[in-house]
Design a protein around this ligand. Structure first.
Ligand SMILES: Nc1ncnc2c1ncn2[C@@H]1O[C@H](COP(=O)(O)OP(=O)(O)OP(=O)(O)O)[C@@H](O)[C@H]1O
Length: 287
């Protein structure tokens, strides 16, 4: 999971057109924050994260940045219990969703996955399944029976939110695999939204996309964050500056496990970071 870092010294305007996070949080009752407390992670005996704590606020975009191999993707997978799918993987710590630990013994794995969705680096729609069926594919997870009419509405709503409706409304029965890469990624976002997650995790969602598709995804993120809390891993510093409210800078120096060196508002992280290593990284002096 490596990608070339794309650094810049310029800090573009950060989504001036959307409501402030606090306005958004007040407007949508179901918004939830995620609070990771003292997370350590291992693959076998190899420790890759050491007591990482981070609050990801409701109604905000939090960007996880840092050089390759410092544990960003591992941290992200821990946030919705995907880390435990890897046989050698283990972890310590707590992940609180709206004050409830998703790892508590009485919490079901499927609950965490339903409430905390994930979009991956490489678009992964079901290629032979129709666009329509891709969007509703996750509904089985919820166990809810829905009418055809409400499924139709859901498909339109989710594709609209993902910025894809106008491009596909006349070909909903065509296979998802026939769409362009950028369209497939927006289809995956629509599929995640269909089960109404409270948090959406995005692991380098634009790294396989061209600049135009990347811009569309970034616009989609800006529109979605008023109703779903977003955590995004990105190697692209311009993108982190454009889309996020807050950033966390991860680092694993000289084979030590990854830690968060610094986190805070994106403008501060880029313009006035407290740690020299953050400054060096966001300005492209290493990584
Ligand atoms: N399935 C796995 N099995 C064993 N080790 C793994 C596995 N996945 C990741 N690691 C190791 O965990 C460490 C952190 O990897 P991770 O992918 O979380 O970093 P990252 O910061 O997301 O990197 P990148 O930016 O390159 O995607 C690395 O040393 C990596 O080799």
């Amino acid at each position: 999971m490596t990608a070339q870092a794309d650094h810049t010294t310029a800090l573009p305007a950060v989504h001036a057109s959307r409501p402030s996070p606090s306005d958004a949080a007040q407007n949508v009752a179901s918004l939830a924050g995620l609070d990771a407390r003292s997370i350590s992670a291992w693959f076998g005996t190899h420790k890759v994260l050491d007591r990482v704590s981070l609050s990801m606020r409701a109604g905000e975009v939090t960007a996880l940045i840092g050089p390759s191999g410092c544990g960003k993707s591992t941290f992200l997978r821990i946030l919705n219990r995907m880390h435990e799918l890897i046989p050698s993987a283990s972890l310590a710590g707590e992940v609180m969703l709206d004050g409830q630990d998703i790892y508590a013994p009485n919490r079901r794995l499927t609950d965490a996955r339903r409430q905390i969705g994930m979009v991956f680096q490489k678009p992964n729609p079901f290629p032979a399944m129709s666009i329509y069926d891709n969007v509703v594919a996750g509904l089985k997870l919820t166990g809810l029976r829905t009418s055809k009419r409400s499924r139709d509405d859901l498909v339109e709503t989710c594709l609209t939110k993902a910025g894809l409706w106008k491009e596909v409304r006349d070909r909903l029965r065509q296979p998802g695999g026939a769409l362009s890469g950028g369209q497939q990624q927006r289809l995956c976002i629509a599929r995640s939204l269909a089960i109404q997650p409270r948090v959406l995790l995005m692991d380098e969602p634009c790294s396989a996309l061209d600049p135009t598709s990347t811009r569309r995804i970034e616009e989609t993120i800006a529109e979605l964050v008023s109703e779903v809390t977003i955590v995004i891993v990105t190697h692209n510093m311009q993108q982190a500056a454009r889309v996020s409210d807050r950033c966390a800078f991860f680092l694993a120096s000289h084979g030590t496990p990854g830690v968060i060196v610094e986190h805070g508002p994106t403008s501060v992280m880029f313009e006035n970071p407290q740690d020299e290593r953050t400054s060096d990284y966001v300005h492209g002096r290493f990584g």
